[in-house]
Design a protein around this ligand. Sequence first.
Ligand code: S3P
Length: 446
Amino acid sequence: MSADHSISSATSSKATALSGSCTVPGDKSISHRALILGGLASGETRISGLLEGEDVLNTLKAMQAAGARASQENGTWIVRGTGNGVLLEPENQLDFGNSGTGCRLCMGLFGAYDFPTTFVGDASLGSRPMGRVLDPLKLMGVQILDESEGGRLPVTLRGPWQTIPIEYAVPVPSAQVKSAVLLAGLNTPGITTVIEPHLTRDHTERMLLGFGAELEVEEGKDGSRRISVVGQGKLTGQEVTVPADPSSAAFPIVAALIVPDSRIKLPNVMLNPARVGLLDTLQEMGGKIEISNQRESGGEVIGDLTVQGSELRGITVPAERAASMIDEYPVLSVAAAFADGETFMTGLGELRVKESDRLAAVARGLEANSVDCEEGDDWLKVRGRPDGKGLGGGTVSTHLDHRIAMSFLVFGMASEKAVTVDDRSMINTSFPGFAELMNNLGGRIE
Ligand code: S3P
């Protein structure tokens, strides 16, 4: 199992006018996928801007355990892949730490090979449901040699001599499940198809095309998507430039909106349509966010953002938007705590099975800091106090969840009283250097 992190708390105190420019680390979803496809493809993949967070480095170790080689040259990662269909059997269990993405994508990839692979992780990952990935893999002929109760880690998979191509309609909109099936399809004869009810982040599809996979996407009139990949083809190493992660950018963006008189810039932020739900929502709330210099880079749309302190107002966030901002609800709830009126967020069932039960963790954190909020099965109502008077002063339980820790450190930047989070160590899974970056803008996180 994963090594325990040494727990250390952090406190964030009220800041004045944030300013400056900040480059947040590379996108986590793209970083995982670049290492997985680079480690699988023939030849060399050069990755610049890779997120060197713990989650991503665990995926790198998994690919190395299967025969990929990796080195670094002036900040660029060079990965030499094994070639599609010829991964080696890892000698040891694969430890994905805190990362659902690394673990679930690799379950699809490794599960389609005729050797046993054991997947382990930390206490947070060990509590998350894996059945959603195991179900389609079983249909492909993958055996579950071992699993903990309710399809939890540790899990050991073994592919058959040859997996069976399937057509699979994902029951919950999940990019991780979609990607796991497509990756299993790469080592499967014939055509493997995934149907999703509506768009979830499509980095796997985009990157597979970039690496030379035969892949087709058909969009239905109802917004559904049918993605088919031809198995056992050749993948060829590519140059990948990882843009700044919009889910990490969310923290300085919300901080600048809620700290009066702030003005900050964030260059090169990825603006993939399946990831911009938070920007749309914050703009609807009255957030002054300007997007300039939109351009394409490596198959993704990117742009530069300028964000200013704003008078936010509460809104109803449509449930259909959830997939495009699923990781951003904790920090949106913080923005809502400083908005005028009520913000109603619905369609949040998936938040219960993230790195923590995020819906409960957010509600308890808001309550601990005197915010008026109400939690339902899959919804949250937050009634804000724009000047932050009387807010703060609490200690937040982070439950091994990086985004809960960062969200409440942002909260403390605008509340009257300081906010403490019980553990900052998990922030390194996705955003190394978070406190330094926020403090360079004018934050007071210690
Ligand atoms: C991710 C997909 C999302 C998201 C996670 C990253 C990915 O999870 O929450 O942080 O890179 O595919 P789901 O697919 O479970 O919604």
